[in-house]
Design a protein around this ligand. Structure first.
Ligand code: SF4
Ligand code: SF4
Length: 296
Protein backbone atom coordinates (compact mmCIF):
# COMPACT_ATOMS: atom_id res chain seq x y z
CA UNK A 1 0.00 0.00 0.00
CA UNK A 2 1.27 3.47 -0.82
CA UNK A 3 0.50 6.36 1.46
CA UNK A 4 1.29 10.02 0.89
CA UNK A 5 1.55 11.90 4.14
CA UNK A 6 0.37 15.43 3.69
CA UNK A 7 -0.49 18.46 5.75
CA UNK A 8 -4.19 19.20 5.99
CA UNK A 9 -4.87 21.74 3.24
CA UNK A 10 -7.15 23.78 5.50
CA UNK A 11 -6.23 24.23 9.19
CA UNK A 12 -9.06 22.98 11.39
CA UNK A 13 -10.76 21.32 8.44
CA UNK A 14 -12.52 17.97 8.85
CA UNK A 15 -10.25 16.43 6.22
CA UNK A 16 -8.02 13.80 7.84
CA UNK A 17 -4.48 15.02 7.04
CA UNK A 18 -3.41 11.89 5.23
CA UNK A 19 -3.98 10.52 1.76
CA UNK A 20 -4.67 6.91 0.93
CA UNK A 21 -4.93 4.57 -2.02
CA UNK A 22 -8.02 2.48 -2.74
CA UNK A 23 -7.00 -0.44 -0.57
CA UNK A 24 -7.38 1.63 2.60
CA UNK A 25 -10.08 0.22 4.87
CA UNK A 26 -12.44 2.75 6.40
CA UNK A 27 -15.12 2.39 9.03
CA UNK A 28 -18.32 3.87 7.67
CA UNK A 29 -21.95 3.27 6.85
CA UNK A 30 -24.76 5.64 6.02
CA UNK A 31 -28.23 4.18 6.52
CA UNK A 32 -31.80 5.32 6.78
CA UNK A 33 -32.80 5.72 10.41
CA UNK A 34 -29.41 6.96 11.54
CA UNK A 35 -29.72 9.89 13.98
CA UNK A 36 -27.92 12.31 11.64
CA UNK A 37 -30.12 11.49 8.62
CA UNK A 38 -29.93 14.33 6.06
CA UNK A 39 -27.47 16.39 8.16
CA UNK A 40 -24.93 16.30 5.31
CA UNK A 41 -27.48 17.48 2.72
CA UNK A 42 -28.68 20.37 4.94
CA UNK A 43 -25.56 22.45 4.44
CA UNK A 44 -24.09 21.83 1.00
CA UNK A 45 -20.99 22.83 -0.91
CA UNK A 46 -21.07 20.45 -3.87
CA UNK A 47 -19.02 20.96 -7.02
CA UNK A 48 -20.39 19.29 -10.12
CA UNK A 49 -18.55 17.48 -12.88
CA UNK A 50 -19.77 17.70 -16.48
CA UNK A 51 -21.14 14.16 -16.19
CA UNK A 52 -23.04 15.06 -12.98
CA UNK A 53 -24.79 17.82 -14.92
CA UNK A 54 -25.48 15.54 -17.88
CA UNK A 55 -27.14 12.93 -15.62
CA UNK A 56 -29.26 15.44 -13.73
CA UNK A 57 -30.43 17.41 -16.75
CA UNK A 58 -31.36 14.14 -18.42
CA UNK A 59 -33.29 13.07 -15.33
CA UNK A 60 -35.29 16.31 -15.38
CA UNK A 61 -35.60 16.24 -19.20
CA UNK A 62 -34.27 19.77 -19.21
CA UNK A 63 -31.94 21.71 -21.46
CA UNK A 64 -28.50 22.35 -19.96
CA UNK A 65 -29.11 26.14 -19.89
CA UNK A 66 -32.32 25.77 -17.88
CA UNK A 67 -30.74 23.24 -15.51
CA UNK A 68 -27.70 25.44 -14.87
CA UNK A 69 -29.90 28.43 -14.14
CA UNK A 70 -32.27 26.63 -11.81
CA UNK A 71 -29.98 24.31 -9.88
CA UNK A 72 -26.43 25.65 -10.01
CA UNK A 73 -24.15 28.60 -9.32
CA UNK A 74 -20.93 29.25 -11.26
CA UNK A 75 -17.63 29.79 -9.47
CA UNK A 76 -13.93 30.04 -10.25
CA UNK A 77 -11.92 27.07 -9.03
CA UNK A 78 -9.09 28.08 -6.70
CA UNK A 79 -6.79 30.83 -7.94
CA UNK A 80 -6.41 29.08 -11.21
CA UNK A 81 -9.42 30.74 -12.73
CA UNK A 82 -11.00 27.57 -14.04
CA UNK A 83 -14.74 27.80 -14.53
CA UNK A 84 -16.61 25.55 -12.09
CA UNK A 85 -20.22 24.89 -11.17
CA UNK A 86 -21.78 24.10 -7.77
CA UNK A 87 -25.21 22.92 -6.71
CA UNK A 88 -27.42 25.87 -5.76
CA UNK A 89 -29.02 25.43 -2.32
CA UNK A 90 -32.66 26.28 -1.57
CA UNK A 91 -33.55 29.98 -1.63
CA UNK A 92 -32.38 31.73 1.57
CA UNK A 93 -30.95 28.51 2.96
CA UNK A 94 -28.10 26.04 2.81
CA UNK A 95 -29.95 22.76 2.17
CA UNK A 96 -29.83 20.94 -1.14
CA UNK A 97 -32.86 21.48 -3.36
CA UNK A 98 -33.05 17.71 -3.88
CA UNK A 99 -33.24 16.80 -0.18
CA UNK A 100 -36.52 15.31 1.08
CA UNK A 101 -37.48 13.75 4.43
CA UNK A 102 -36.98 10.32 2.80
CA UNK A 103 -33.50 11.27 1.60
CA UNK A 104 -32.09 12.26 -1.77
CA UNK A 105 -34.80 12.68 -4.41
CA UNK A 106 -32.28 12.22 -7.26
CA UNK A 107 -30.47 9.29 -5.64
CA UNK A 108 -29.85 7.29 -8.86
CA UNK A 109 -28.33 10.40 -10.48
CA UNK A 110 -26.75 12.02 -7.41
CA UNK A 111 -23.48 13.87 -8.11
CA UNK A 112 -20.01 12.37 -7.74
CA UNK A 113 -19.21 14.27 -4.53
CA UNK A 114 -22.37 12.89 -2.85
CA UNK A 115 -21.46 9.35 -3.92
CA UNK A 116 -17.92 9.68 -2.60
CA UNK A 117 -18.76 11.20 0.79
CA UNK A 118 -17.04 10.81 3.30
CA UNK A 119 -14.20 9.98 0.92
CA UNK A 120 -12.75 12.71 -1.30
CA UNK A 121 -10.97 12.03 -4.57
CA UNK A 122 -7.63 13.77 -5.07
CA UNK A 123 -6.32 13.62 -8.63
CA UNK A 124 -2.73 14.63 -8.96
CA UNK A 125 0.09 14.57 -11.41
CA UNK A 126 3.71 14.59 -10.29
CA UNK A 127 5.99 16.79 -12.35
CA UNK A 128 7.99 13.87 -13.75
CA UNK A 129 4.95 11.73 -14.56
CA UNK A 130 2.78 11.67 -17.64
CA UNK A 131 -0.18 9.93 -16.07
CA UNK A 132 -2.57 11.15 -13.41
CA UNK A 133 -2.81 9.20 -10.20
CA UNK A 134 -5.79 9.05 -7.93
CA UNK A 135 -5.55 9.06 -4.19
CA UNK A 136 -8.16 9.66 -1.56
CA UNK A 137 -8.73 11.65 1.60
CA UNK A 138 -11.20 10.98 4.39
CA UNK A 139 -13.57 13.65 5.68
CA UNK A 140 -14.70 13.34 9.29
CA UNK A 141 -17.35 15.88 10.21
CA UNK A 142 -18.72 15.92 13.72
CA UNK A 143 -22.34 15.73 12.63
CA UNK A 144 -21.77 12.56 10.58
CA UNK A 145 -22.37 9.50 12.72
CA UNK A 146 -21.69 7.07 9.89
CA UNK A 147 -18.11 6.81 11.15
CA UNK A 148 -19.37 5.09 14.33
CA UNK A 149 -21.26 2.37 12.47
CA UNK A 150 -19.74 -1.12 12.79
CA UNK A 151 -18.76 -1.64 9.15
CA UNK A 152 -15.27 -1.85 7.63
CA UNK A 153 -14.97 -1.37 3.87
CA UNK A 154 -12.08 -0.58 1.55
CA UNK A 155 -12.25 2.66 -0.43
CA UNK A 156 -12.24 0.60 -3.65
CA UNK A 157 -15.24 -1.45 -2.50
CA UNK A 158 -17.00 1.73 -1.32
CA UNK A 159 -16.48 3.34 -4.74
CA UNK A 160 -18.03 0.28 -6.37
CA UNK A 161 -20.95 0.22 -3.94
CA UNK A 162 -21.67 3.89 -4.59
CA UNK A 163 -21.43 3.57 -8.40
CA UNK A 164 -18.57 6.02 -8.62
CA UNK A 165 -16.44 4.20 -11.20
CA UNK A 166 -18.55 5.19 -14.23
CA UNK A 167 -18.68 8.79 -12.98
CA UNK A 168 -14.91 8.94 -12.54
CA UNK A 169 -14.22 7.38 -15.92
CA UNK A 170 -16.45 9.87 -17.72
CA UNK A 171 -14.99 12.86 -15.85
CA UNK A 172 -11.37 11.86 -16.48
CA UNK A 173 -10.93 14.18 -19.50
CA UNK A 174 -12.31 17.11 -17.51
CA UNK A 175 -9.99 16.41 -14.56
CA UNK A 176 -7.03 16.23 -16.93
CA UNK A 177 -7.90 19.68 -18.29
CA UNK A 178 -7.99 21.06 -14.73
CA UNK A 179 -4.69 19.39 -13.78
CA UNK A 180 -3.09 20.78 -16.93
CA UNK A 181 -4.20 24.28 -16.01
CA UNK A 182 -2.99 23.87 -12.45
CA UNK A 183 0.39 22.51 -13.52
CA UNK A 184 0.86 25.33 -16.03
CA UNK A 185 1.00 27.59 -12.95
CA UNK A 186 0.80 31.35 -12.69
CA UNK A 187 3.33 31.92 -15.51
CA UNK A 188 0.57 31.43 -18.04
CA UNK A 189 -1.50 34.08 -16.26
CA UNK A 190 -5.25 34.42 -15.99
CA UNK A 191 -7.01 32.85 -18.94
CA UNK A 192 -8.86 35.13 -21.31
CA UNK A 193 -12.60 35.63 -20.94
CA UNK A 194 -13.01 33.75 -24.21
CA UNK A 195 -11.21 30.64 -22.95
CA UNK A 196 -13.19 30.67 -19.68
CA UNK A 197 -16.40 30.87 -21.67
CA UNK A 198 -15.34 28.09 -24.03
CA UNK A 199 -14.47 25.89 -21.05
CA UNK A 200 -17.82 26.60 -19.40
CA UNK A 201 -19.80 25.92 -22.55
CA UNK A 202 -18.02 22.72 -23.60
CA UNK A 203 -17.97 21.25 -20.07
CA UNK A 204 -21.26 22.33 -18.54
CA UNK A 205 -23.63 23.86 -21.09
CA UNK A 206 -23.85 20.88 -23.44
CA UNK A 207 -26.88 21.99 -25.42
CA UNK A 208 -25.24 25.30 -26.28
CA UNK A 209 -22.05 23.42 -27.18
CA UNK A 210 -24.07 21.15 -29.49
CA UNK A 211 -25.35 24.21 -31.40
CA UNK A 212 -21.77 25.51 -31.60
CA UNK A 213 -20.44 22.19 -32.97
CA UNK A 214 -23.26 22.00 -35.54
CA UNK A 215 -22.58 25.55 -36.74
CA UNK A 216 -21.28 26.30 -40.22
CA UNK A 217 -18.09 27.94 -38.93
CA UNK A 218 -17.17 24.87 -36.89
CA UNK A 219 -17.69 22.50 -39.82
CA UNK A 220 -15.60 24.76 -42.08
CA UNK A 221 -12.70 24.56 -39.65
CA UNK A 222 -12.68 20.98 -38.37
CA UNK A 223 -12.41 17.86 -40.48
CA UNK A 224 -14.72 15.34 -38.87
CA UNK A 225 -16.22 12.40 -40.79
CA UNK A 226 -20.02 12.76 -41.16
CA UNK A 227 -20.60 9.57 -39.18
CA UNK A 228 -18.54 10.77 -36.23
CA UNK A 229 -20.25 14.16 -36.33
CA UNK A 230 -23.64 12.44 -36.29
CA UNK A 231 -22.64 10.40 -33.22
CA UNK A 232 -21.36 13.48 -31.40
CA UNK A 233 -24.47 15.52 -32.13
CA UNK A 234 -26.97 12.80 -31.21
CA UNK A 235 -25.50 11.53 -27.94
CA UNK A 236 -24.87 13.75 -24.88
CA UNK A 237 -22.06 11.57 -23.50
CA UNK A 238 -20.24 11.52 -26.87
CA UNK A 239 -20.68 15.29 -27.12
CA UNK A 240 -19.27 15.80 -23.62
CA UNK A 241 -16.22 13.62 -24.37
CA UNK A 242 -15.72 15.48 -27.64
CA UNK A 243 -15.83 18.74 -25.64
CA UNK A 244 -12.80 17.63 -23.61
CA UNK A 245 -10.95 16.81 -26.87
CA UNK A 246 -11.91 20.16 -28.30
CA UNK A 247 -10.64 22.05 -25.23
CA UNK A 248 -7.31 20.21 -25.32
CA UNK A 249 -6.90 21.58 -28.84
CA UNK A 250 -8.07 25.15 -28.39
CA UNK A 251 -6.67 25.76 -24.90
CA UNK A 252 -3.46 23.72 -25.01
CA UNK A 253 -2.64 23.46 -28.72
CA UNK A 254 -2.81 19.64 -28.82
CA UNK A 255 -3.71 18.13 -32.19
CA UNK A 256 -6.80 16.29 -31.03
CA UNK A 257 -9.16 17.17 -33.90
CA UNK A 258 -7.99 17.28 -37.52
CA UNK A 259 -8.34 20.64 -39.25
CA UNK A 260 -9.57 21.02 -42.84
CA UNK A 261 -6.65 21.38 -45.28
CA UNK A 262 -7.37 25.03 -46.10
CA UNK A 263 -7.88 25.84 -42.40
CA UNK A 264 -4.54 24.19 -41.58
CA UNK A 265 -2.97 26.19 -44.44
CA UNK A 266 -4.51 29.40 -43.06
CA UNK A 267 -3.16 28.58 -39.61
CA UNK A 268 0.31 27.91 -41.06
CA UNK A 269 0.16 31.20 -43.02
CA UNK A 270 -0.91 33.05 -39.90
CA UNK A 271 1.99 31.48 -37.98
CA UNK A 272 4.53 32.41 -40.69
CA UNK A 273 3.25 36.00 -40.75
CA UNK A 274 3.65 36.16 -36.98
CA UNK A 275 7.23 34.84 -37.17
CA UNK A 276 8.10 37.33 -39.95
CA UNK A 277 6.61 40.17 -37.92
CA UNK A 278 8.64 39.20 -34.85
CA UNK A 279 11.82 38.95 -36.94
CA UNK A 280 11.14 42.37 -38.48
CA UNK A 281 10.55 43.91 -35.04
CA UNK A 282 13.75 42.32 -33.68
CA UNK A 283 15.76 43.68 -36.67
CA UNK A 284 14.28 47.16 -36.17
CA UNK A 285 15.15 47.02 -32.47
CA UNK A 286 18.73 45.92 -33.28
CA UNK A 287 19.09 48.74 -35.82
CA UNK A 288 17.80 51.31 -33.30
CA UNK A 289 20.27 50.03 -30.68
CA UNK A 290 23.15 50.36 -33.17
CA UNK A 291 22.05 53.93 -34.05
CA UNK A 292 22.14 54.67 -30.31
CA UNK A 293 25.66 53.32 -30.04
CA UNK A 294 26.88 55.56 -32.87
CA UNK A 295 25.22 58.61 -31.26
CA UNK A 296 27.33 58.06 -28.12
S1 SF4 B 1 -27.92 15.65 -4.45
FE1 SF4 B 1 -28.86 14.27 -2.98
S2 SF4 B 1 -27.16 13.40 -1.83
FE2 SF4 B 1 -26.38 15.21 -2.87
S3 SF4 B 1 -26.60 16.89 -1.41
FE3 SF4 B 1 -28.44 16.85 -2.66
S4 SF4 B 1 -29.91 15.61 -1.53
FE4 SF4 B 1 -27.87 15.19 -0.69
S1 SF4 C 1 -24.29 9.23 8.24
FE1 SF4 C 1 -23.19 10.98 7.40
S2 SF4 C 1 -23.62 10.78 5.22
FE2 SF4 C 1 -25.17 9.56 6.27
S3 SF4 C 1 -26.92 10.92 6.65
FE3 SF4 C 1 -25.60 11.04 8.45
S4 SF4 C 1 -24.34 12.84 7.99
FE4 SF4 C 1 -25.16 12.19 6.06
Amino acid sequence: MENYKTQSPIPGSPVVPQTFDGSKEIRFQCRKGIACWNACCSNIDISLTPYDILRLKRRFEMGSGEFLQKYTVPYEMEQNSIAGVKLRPVANGTACQFMTAEGCSVYEDRPTACRYYPVALLSMRKQDEYTDRDSYALVKEEHCLGHNEPRQITINAYRKEQGVEEYDELARGWRQLILKKKSSGPSVGKPSKRSLELFFMACYDLDRFRTFVASEGFCELYDLPAEEMQKILSDDTELMLFGFRFLKQVLYGENTIPLKADAAEQRQKHYQEKVQRLEREAAEKRAAEQDGMYEI
